[in-house]
Unconditional design. Structure first.
Length: 719
């Protein structure tokens, strides 16, 4: 319990106001935990978390946190609020992690109680886990499930176990591994990668020692199957059954994203200097790192090792590989220790960015799921457990060596405890000082903020089916994300759905993400109109202003926002041409547009539209003038565009040239308007993505590049 209090001391010292995590990703993860309570109580569907309305299967856009979310739900049913239940499940998870590591070290690694207590305590505060989780990456606490999984795994592989128990424990192990994948994908995926490296190293050392590869391999495999066949069958059965929810949740999401581009993954790969934790998160070593290395452009995000820990780790791995000698069996045998050390070394080498290349490219290309992993440095969090086992084995050797030497005082329990306290105390101090206090508190996740939000907010009017939250205030990107999560928090409270959302994967066509901070309220409304028009959501959709908490129907607000257009005025879709008093094109965009670029705006998709409020209803036909070009290349000769006004077909343009733009004219009949609102729609029959057409890394469906548009009364040529 002392370890738990130390790990969560910030929560305790804040009077249980603060909980682990930050207001951004940390709160997102907390809301995903709350989803499981809503699901178990019957107020939410399994795969619908209530954001990105009306997209289905929004649970698959992020980690699901099924295991920890189920613990969270238990405490919610016991009467705790969201923040209390969220913190309580972390406490339970910490106890499971600590107890499992202690049992694993004493029972299988055969370490003494003092060493096991020290290393179990250290596992709870290890920097790659704790520092990463302190800020936003709470999913790293899923590492605490791993020792429990290993305990189940090793118990099932015991030699003297009855077949029925071996089979049952195999089922449990397989189901638990599938559940870990469903809980937080990174952790078990990295575990499998390390396991494959360890097994490969162990087999390599055994082959080297046996000097007879074919015979040894045949004898080993036949013996392994004979001893453990019931466990293997049970593991496969348990895994195949428990992986079904994972597949049902994530397979439909493949249409949004099949993974990250390697260029994005490469940006997160560490350089050699990232081995040590010299990033801005490091309170103790950031100034030293700034003097020794150029850390200004490095991707260190709190997953490197602090200085003392890093040096000790390098010495440990080097000693284990080249100098460790032992006649013991099991985990402390020479072959296991060397395999652990070599697999750790290979794991670090795989992550390393070497000039403009990396061995991780092979993992990305060849290992299933490799393209899903974006921040590779998080691998270090999983490597903490095998590294601590290695520390424990070598530390036990030091203790035994000291015990066997003739010394003037007895090497009793007090002496062992003192030695261990010095060792653990130094590393503990270093890990604790890794937490940059000012950075941690700036975006801390607090219950009091949620209480204030509920007190300020006004509940939606009757008949609300879904809502969207916005603000006219200028926002930073972090404030924008916080607003999205405010909306989702209240949606859960009111048992509604919201168009707002935040996740690692964004649904296809969703452009509201960071639109307020990226372009202001006009850009947000452009993205919102695009989303609503595509999804046909206007009925029952409400808009709430985050500043005033005023509610209004979406359609009413939209009509008020469409600016008046003076006939004959040219509307520039080129960022470099627009003056301060010109009409903002984001105010008239309905759907199907990419962002405004300096010389034009691309249509994006098979249909794009704008809506204009004319200054007066024309009494004669009009002329639509477009200055435009098309996305053409050596592989795309031309594109066709159908032009419509208020659903009336005006004509088709065939454009076979790129920039610069040319002038195109079409007539608009006067009877196509029943009022002053005019919608111009461009249907792009041949829209294509540059990545498909020419291999350029751009997934937009590009059609017409529009530079300007104008509508004028048609000249009377009868006289």
């Amino acid at each position: 319990m002392a370890v738990v209090l130390f790990v969560f001391r910030d929560t305790v010292l804040s009077g249980f106001d603060r909980v682990p995590g930050d207001k951004l990703d940390g709160r997102l993860i907390m809301l995903l935990h709350e989803h499981w309570f809503r699901f178990f109580e019957g107020s939410a569907d399994w795969l619908e978390v209530g954001m990105f309305y009306p997209v289905e299967n929004t649970l698959g856009l992020s980690d699901t946190f099924f295991l920890s979310g189920s613990l969270h739900a238990v405490f919610r049913f016991l009467g705790l609020d969201v923040y209390g239940a969220y913190f309580a499940q972390f406490v339970v998870l910490a106890i499971i992690g600590y107890s499992s590591v202690y049992w694993l070290l004493t029972r299988y690694v055969e370490l003494g109680p003092w060493i096991s207590i020290g290393l179990s305590s250290l596992f709870m505060v290890f920097s790659p886990v704790n520092v990463g989780a302190e800020y936003s990456h709470i999913q790293m606490y899923s590492v605490w499930w791993l020792p429990f999984f290993f305990c189940i795994l090793l118990v099932g592989l015991k030699k003297d176990l009855r077949a029925i128990w071996r089979f049952a424990l195999g089922v449990v192990a397989g189901a638990l591994y599938a559940a870990l994948l469903y809980n937080a994908f990174y952790v078990p995926w990295f575990l499998a990668l390390f396991g494959a490296l360890f097994i490969g190293c162990w087999i390599g050392f055994r082959i080297y020692e046996s000097r007879n590869c074919p015979r040894w391999a045949l004898e080993f495999l036949s013996g392994l199957w004979k001893r453990q066949r019931f466990w293997f069958i049970g593991f496969c059965l348990g895994f195949a059954t428990a992986i079904v929810p994972f597949l049902l949740t994530y397979l439909p999401v493949l249409e949004y994203s099949s993974g990250h581009g390697f260029g994005l993954v490469f940006e997160s790969l560490p350089r050699l200097t990232d081995w040590f934790h010299f990033g801005s998160f490091s309170y103790l070593w950031s100034s030293l790192g700034g003097e020794l290395f150029d850390t200004s452009n490095q991707p260190n995000k709190g997953y490197g090792f602090p200085l003392l820990t890093g040096v000790l780790t390098l010495l440990t791995v080097g000693y284990a590989l080249f100098f460790y000698r032992s006649d013991e069996e099991g985990f402390r045998s020479r072959i296991v220790v060397r395999s652990l050390a070599l697999s750790l070394l290979l794991s670090w080498l795989l992550q390393l960015r070497i000039c403009e290349g990396s061995l991780w490219w092979f993992v990305y290309q060849l290992v299933p799921g490799g393209s899903v992993v974006r921040v590779v440095f998080r691998f270090n969090a999983v490597l903490c457990l095998p590294l601590l086992c290695l520390w424990g084995i070598l530390l036990a050797g030091v203790v035994n060596g000291l015990r066997s030497r003739p010394v003037s005082i007895g090497f009793n329990s007090v002496s062992k405890a003192s030695l261990l306290l010095v060792f653990v105390g130094l590393v503990y101090a270093e890990q604790t000082l890794e937490e940059n206090v000012s950075e941690t508190n700036r975006w801390a996740l607090r219950r009091s903020d949620w209480v204030d939000l509920k007190r300020q907010s006004k509940e939606p009017p009757d008949g609300t089916e879904a809502f969207v939250m916005l603000t006219k205030s200028s926002l930073t990107s972090h404030q924008d994300l916080s607003l999205q999560l405010d909306a989702w928090s209240l949606a859960q409270e009111w048992k509604l759905s919201t168009i707002n959302g935040r996740s690692g994967i964004v649904p296809k066509g969703y452009k509201l993400f960071n639109s307020l901070s990226g372009g202001g309220i006009d850009r947000f409304w452009s993205a919102l109109r695009d989303w609503v028009s595509r999804s046909e959501l206007e009925r029952g959709l409400m808009v709430v202003d985050r500043d005033t908490w005023d509610w209004a129907r979406y359609g009413d607000v939209l009509n008020q926002r469409i600016p008046v257009y003076e006939l004959g005025t040219s509307i520039s879709f080129a960022g470099e041409q627009r003056g301060p008093d010109e009409l903002n094109v984001y105010q008239i965009m309905d759907f199907g547009w990419s962002g405004v670029e300096p010389t034009h705006t691309w249509t994006d998709g098979d249909s794009s539209a704008i809506t204009l409020r004319l200054s007066e209803k024309p009494d004669r036909d009009m002329t639509l003038v477009l200055e435009a070009f098309a996305y053409v290349s050596p592989n795309v000769a031309q594109q066709r565009f159908g032009i419509l006004a208020n659903e009336r077909f005006l004509g088709e343009l065939t454009i076979g040239h790129h920039f610069p733009a040319r002038r195109y004219e079409l007539g608009i009949p006067a009877d196509s308007l029943s009022g002053r609102l005019l919608r111009i729609e461009i249907r792009s029959a041949d829209a294509i993505s540059p990545i498909k057409a020419d291999g350029v890394d751009d997934r937009r469906q590009l059609g017409m590049g529009l530079r300007s548009l104008s509508i004028s009364p048609k000249l009377d040529t009868s006289h």
